[in-house]
Design a protein around this ligand. Structure first.
Ligand SMILES: [Zn+2]
Length: 340
């Protein structure tokens, strides 16, 4: 199986993030995550690590607003030229509630307009890392479009919290959405998000579309980030009505309960009969994840992989979250190994 990976992710290394209550902590979405996964994949006899192709900005603009991408491109340079006293990372302290349609022009105004929280920290290499990450997802999409059974995009930064014109939850460009949209020109696509957190950005991007079925299985937003999306009654609108589904889970959800939600999701995908499948693979469903509250084991993750693979669809697997670095490698090998 082709695994698309770029060293460019290392350029995105924010010095800290800010937790609820204001606590500054080391950035959990760190480069070591990729090192752990890469090392585990290199020990297998089926993973072939490859550099992504450069697809340019068109497939990214097909999903994200151009003004938002332009903000990501210039934000760091503008930040360095600003009068801020601490320039270690661009983080606004004011956030738009989008009550007003006018887009601000100042850097901090735009930052608060385009960011939804304090974890989407922008540093010098954020934009180039995000572009390379999207290219990994596009390369995996291209591989399956060319007839591969599956391909794995080792994306960092992750993407599923990024919407059409906003960053959030460590995400800047929605890699899985860019890949799914690219594939959608060749047939219907199902996008299954198994990250612990709701894929709110993906939900927003495809909410009015019937050609990309989006399904997210995640911790209930009644107690978990991103709080403002992911409820079971959000099912799409307009032409997209009925083509989005959320499966909110309780704290402590174990393998059996997770797998029963997965089976419901998989039967929806079977009914939809897509040509391609994109999987947003977050490993923070793992029982020992520092950000998670559900209790799926490594064996459970292998079973999830096995059941998704049984759909027998050409599948692009796109890396999302997962913050137990010590377990990330074996969990990804357990999941992706079912598609080899
Ligand atoms: Zn997550």
């Amino acid at each position: 199986m082709q695994v698309y990976y770029s060293e460019a992710h290392r350029r995105h290394k924010p010095p800290f993030e800010i937790f609820d209550g204001g606590l500054r902590v080391p950035y959990l979405e760190n480069p070591e995550r990729m090192d752990r996964i890469l090392k585990a994949l290199q020990k297998t006899d089926w993973a072939e690590i490859a550099e992504p192709q450069d697809f340019g900005l068109n497939p990214i603009h097909a999903v994200h607003a151009e003004d938002y991408i332009a903000f990501l491109a210039s934000a760091w340079t503008e930040w360095l030229a600003s009068e801020a006293r601490d320039k270690s990372t661009l983080l606004p302290a004011t956030f738009a509630l989008r009550r007003h349609p006018q887009k601000p022009t100042s850097l901090l105004g735009r930052a608060g307009y385009y960011m939804m929280d304090l974890s989407a920290c922008i540093v010098a290499g954020t934009y180039s890392a995000a572009l390379a990450s999207a290219n990994c997802a596009l390369s995996a999409a291209e591989a399956v479009a060319n007839g591969e059974r599956a391909a794995f995009a080792l994306c960092r930064p992750p993407g599923h919290h990024a919407g059409k014109d906003y960053a959030g939850g460590y995400c800047f460009i929605n890699n899985a959405a860019v890949a799914a949209n690219w594939l959608s020109t060749q047939g219907n696509v199902a996008l299954l998000d198994i990250d612990y957190h709701c894929g709110n950005g993906t939900q927003d991007i495809f909410y009015e579309r019937a050609d990309v079925l989006t399904i997210s299985i995640h911790a209930d937003p009644n107690f978990e980030y991103p709080y403002y999306a992911g409820h079971a009654n959000e099912t799409g609108t307009g032409a997209g009505a009925g083509f989005h589904r959320n499966f909110p889970l309780d704290k402590g959800t174990d393998n059996a309960r997770y797998l029963s939600a997965l089976e419901e999701a998989l039967s929806l995908i079977r009914e939809f009969t897509p040509k391609y499948l994109v999987v947003s693979a977050g490993m923070d469903i793992y029982a020992e994840d520092p950000l998670g509250t559900i209790k799926v084991t490594t064996e459970g993750i292998a079973e999830i992989g096995k059941r998704i693979a049984a759909l027998e669809l050409p599948t692009a697997i796109v890396m999302e979250g997962g913050y137990n670095n010590a377990a990330l490698g074996r969990n990804i090998v357990s999941l992706a190994g079912e598609f080899k």
